[in-house]
Design a protein around this ligand. Structure first.
Ligand SMILES: *[C@@H]1O[C@H](CO)[C@@H](O)[C@H](O)[C@H]1NC(C)=O
Ligand SMILES: *[C@@H]1O[C@H](CO)[C@@H](O)[C@H](O)[C@H]1NC(C)=O
Ligand SMILES: *[C@@H]1O[C@H](CO)[C@@H](O)[C@H](O)[C@H]1NC(C)=O
Ligand SMILES: *[C@@H]1O[C@H](CO)[C@@H](O)[C@H](O)[C@H]1NC(C)=O
Ligand SMILES: *[C@@H]1O[C@H](CO)[C@@H](O)[C@H](O)[C@H]1NC(C)=O
Ligand SMILES: *[C@@H]1O[C@H](CO)[C@@H](O)[C@H](O)[C@H]1NC(C)=O
Ligand SMILES: *[C@@H]1O[C@H](CO)[C@@H](O)[C@H](O)[C@H]1NC(C)=O
Ligand SMILES: *[C@@H]1O[C@H](CO)[C@@H](O)[C@H](O)[C@H]1NC(C)=O
Ligand SMILES: *[C@@H]1O[C@H](CO)[C@@H](O)[C@H](O)[C@H]1NC(C)=O
Ligand SMILES: *[C@@H]1O[C@H](CO)[C@@H](O)[C@H](O)[C@H]1NC(C)=O
Ligand SMILES: *[C@@H]1O[C@H](CO)[C@@H](O)[C@H](O)[C@H]1NC(C)=O
Ligand SMILES: *[C@@H]1O[C@H](CO)[C@@H](O)[C@H](O)[C@H]1NC(C)=O
Length: 647
């Protein structure tokens, strides 16, 4: 009668498995509802009813002499056994009461334990790789169930009835792991070796896992791991924290590092072409701190947004960054909690060192140089890639020999793998001439990485590799955005050169600058300083027909502008039909003769016209805007008369 009452709260028995009553020892086949018990999968249960208790074992009949996986229950007179399908109510209760079980329930093995008028229900619930016990009690005072693994008691359930006709419930997780004959509950540490930081844990889903320091981390000998990694960006190459090398082939801004979990901090790198369109170089590094941009540029220039910052060797704190500068370059240091980030930039090579407790997830090209790239800020045109003709003057064998110096002493005393640096060096310099300091740039980058990462100073590497002292090349030289600083031929001297993509639109039209701009009564012509220099023309020698009318160079853009008003600066005025034409010429021919010996002769004519008030067209009466007379004569070009006057 009572049994039927409880039976109502249950449930659908699995097909073909009827409730079985037992009052002696029995074996039950539970292959229709296997149970994972501390990492071991069981398909049978062995039930003994002894004079003291009921023992439900999974690996054979209970005997105190054997090492059993058992549930040791109270003394009972009889028991009922059933296998049930998933019960959503029971599943919900287990999810509520057993923290680590989140998967769905498969089925459960059900026991009813009877003694006199009192009954306990023991459900062994199966959840994918996990399992839990549920014990509830009716009427009697107290019931205990001990969980034995290998005959060792590892857990116990106790249920006490507060009063008649009220029942109480208890749950426990019986998934877990075993290691060397010992059982471990899910979510616990099994074993850990502080010296090696190797630890074994029983995961929350009861899987025995081992863990040690990550590939970027070092074991500190007390069980804690320390993140210590360096990334080098030099020329077109990115050698990420893992030592993987990849190339940037376009002219975009990319994120080198950001730490989304920690702070609003990001390191950005801008790439630009130099002598060839098809090879890009790291051009500047921007540190974005809480929305403020600190630009590290070539020549040791540091800008906070647009304001230049004067730095020296003693650190200055700017927006939480410690900034300092010496003759080798600019160093920025940022401490975010226990994580220390050091950024170094010498105008050509950028390096990022991260040091601190393991944990934060890092993003950007320094974390993975080959991850899919998404330009920041830049227009999509920055992604266009070019193909220049091969440089046949490069001896790749010789370059490879030089780059391979990194395999020899004194470089061998550095703990960083030189391979990616050697590949960066050879792949770049077999394509692009080793000028503008590139001969030493990759070796320099490796040496700097060593000193930042391991505090290793390599002795005498400069004499071995024939590299000059560490003064940053082009220090204190400011070129405009469309220029780069490079060596003049055969000379130690440096100057600003036009970037080839900027220059190509002028070279195609054989001009030195932009079309004439005609306004109400002024005409102006702007020439690119770097194009003039390419032609060996010093803009300070250029003037209009009137030698006192000279060009003005814009300090930021390095563009040289010549300007004349309609009747000044020797302007020639002529009339053709209804137009008044104002014409002037940029030239250097009237310069002092002994100062122009090395100057190309220049003759650039430019003109604007003014429509005279038309007799018929009243509406156009005041249309006195100067217009370029014609495309060909209004765009500045070296005329046929221009030729080099040899000394
Ligand atoms: C348990 O039952 C299944 C299916 O009824 C059967 O295939 C299996 O052999 C049985 N296991 C044992 C140990 O008898
Ligand atoms: C449990 O039952 C088995 C099979 O009947 C028997 O061999 C074994 O001795 C019993 N164990 C105990 C502790 O009574
Ligand atoms: C099993 O455990 C019981 C109780 O702790 C102990 O008396 C017995 O010796 C153990 N058996 C084995 C084989 O370790
Ligand atoms: C750690 O686990 C992996 C697989 O998860 C295994 O290949 C490796 O041997 C384990 N290491 C140790 C020291 O047990
Ligand atoms: C381990 O050692 C390092 C340095 O030796 C120390 O900074 C760190 O706090 C230590 N960690 C623990 C968990 O003791
Ligand atoms: C560095 O610059 C700061 C501020 O501009 C100045 O106070 C300090 O004296 C300078 N230190 C050296 C060594 O020149
Ligand atoms: C950014 O601003 C927040 C709030 O003002 C501050 O706590 C944090 O330290 C700043 N981050 C950095 C890198 O300075
Ligand atoms: C880097 O990104 C590439 C492309 O998404 C991926 O195949 C590779 O596994 C990543 N490497 C690391 C170390 O995460
Ligand atoms: C450049 O030329 C090479 C060889 O001719 C070719 O394999 C490559 O696809 C070209 N790349 C682009 C971006 O046009
Ligand atoms: C390239 O350099 C190697 C080694 O310096 C030299 O043996 C070889 O003759 C050079 N090749 C050319 C074409 O100059
Ligand atoms: C690096 O080495 C130098 C001398 O070898 C030493 O003075 C300095 O304290 C070291 N720095 C670090 C961060 O270990
Ligand atoms: C006058 O202008 C016409 C077109 O408007 C042009 O064809 C002609 O060559 C010009 N004459 C002179 C002398 O510039």
């Amino acid at each position: 009668m009572l049994r039927l009452l409880f039976y109502l709260s249950a449930v659908i028995t699995l097909p073909g498995v009827a409730a079985v009553r037992t009052d002696s020892s029995s074996v039950f086949n539970i292959s229709s509802c296997p149970i994972m018990f501390y990492g071991q999968k069981y398909e049978e249960v062995y039930v003994n009813l002894t004079s003291e208790n009921i023992v439900i074992c999974f690996n054979g009949f209970y005997s105190p002499q054997s090492r059993g996986d058992c549930l040791l229950g109270p003394k009972v007179e009889k028991a009922y056994f059933e296998v049930h399908e998933r019960s959503s109510l029971l599943e919900e209760r287990v999810h509520e009461n057993v923290r680590d079980i989140k998967t769905s329930m498969n089925c459960y093995v059900y026991f009813e334990l009877w003694r006199e008028e009192s009954v306990a229900q023991l459900s062994i619930t199966s959840f994918e790789r996990q399992a839990a016990l549920k014990l509830n009690l009716f009427l009697s005072d107290t019931v205990d169930v001990d969980v034995l693994v290998d005959n060792n008691s590892v857990d116990a359930l106790t249920v006490t009835n507060p009063s008649d006709y009220v029942y109480n419930v208890a749950y426990t997780d019986i998934s877990g792991c075993r290691d060397s004959g010992l059982a471990y509950k899910a979510g616990t540490v099994v074993n850990s070796v502080p010296e090696t930081c190797l630890s074994f844990i029983c995961s929350e889903t009861a899987v025995l896992q081992n863990s040690t320091c990550g590939p970027l981390e070092r074991c500190q000998g007390n069980g804690s791991c320390f993140l210590d990694a360096i990334c080098t960006v030099t020329g077109p190459t990115v050698i990420d924290f893992f030592g993987h090398l990849d190339f940037v082939k376009d002219r975009c801004v990319y994120s080198l590092l950001n730490i989304p979990s920690v702070s609003d901090f990001q390191v950005l790198a801008k790439f630009q072409e130099r002598r060839r369109k098809d090879v890009s170089f790291l051009d500047s590094v921007t540190l974005e701190v809480n929305g403020t941009h600190i630009h590290l540029k070539q020549g040791g220039i540091v800008l906070v947004e647009d304001t230049p910052l004067n730095l020296n060797s003693s650190a200055q704190v700017v927006h939480g960054l410690q900034l300092s500068k010496d003759q080798t370059g600019v160093t920025a240091m940022l401490q975010i909690d226990d994580l220390k980030i050091t950024i170094f930039f010498d105008g050509y090579t950028g390096q990022i060192l991260v040091e601190g407790p393991a944990g934060p997830s890092l993003q950007g090209l320094c974390q993975n140089s080959s991850e899919p790239r998404l330009p920041e800020y830049s227009s999509t045109s920055c992604e266009t890639q070019y193909n220049d003709t091969e440089d046949h003057f490069i001896n790749c064998t010789k370059i490879t020999e030089r780059c391979n110096l990194l395999k020899e002493a004194p470089f061998t005393s550095c703990p960083i793998d030189p391979e990616p640096y050697i590949t960066a060096c050879t792949d770049t310099l077999c394509k692009y001439p080793a000028v503008d300091g590139l001969k030493c740039q990759f070796l320099e980058a490796y040496v700097k990485a060593c000193s930042l990462f391991s505090n290793t100073t390599l002795e005498d590497w400069r004499s071995k590799a024939e590299c000059p002292s560490p003064e940053a090349f082009c220090q204190e030289m400011t070129c405009s955005d469309h220029e780069f600083c490079g060596e003049k031929n055969d000379c130690e001297e440096t100057r600003c050169f036009c970037r080839p993509i900027f220059a190509s639109k002028y070279r195609e039209r054989n001009t030195l600058g932009d079309p004439t701009v005609c306004r109400r009564n002024t005409a102006s012509l702007t020439l690119a300083g770097c194009l003039l220099e390419d032609k060996g023309i010093d803009y300070t020698f250029l003037h209009l027909n009137d030698p006192t009318c000279r060009g003005q160079m814009n300090e930021r853009t390095h563009m040289v502008t010549f300007c004349f008003r309609s009747k000044r600066c020797g302007t020639e005025v002529s009339v053709n039909n209804s137009r008044i034409i104002y014409k002037n010429t940029i030239t250097n021919k009237n310069s002092f003769s002994d100062m122009i010996v090395r100057q190309n002769q220049v003759k650039i004519e430019f003109s604007c016209y003014l429509n005279q008030p038309g007799i018929k067209s009243m509406a156009l009466r005041y249309k006195d805007v100067m217009m370029p007379e014609s495309h060909s004569s209004s765009t500045p070009s070296l005329q046929h008369s221009t030729r080099l006057k040899q000394s």
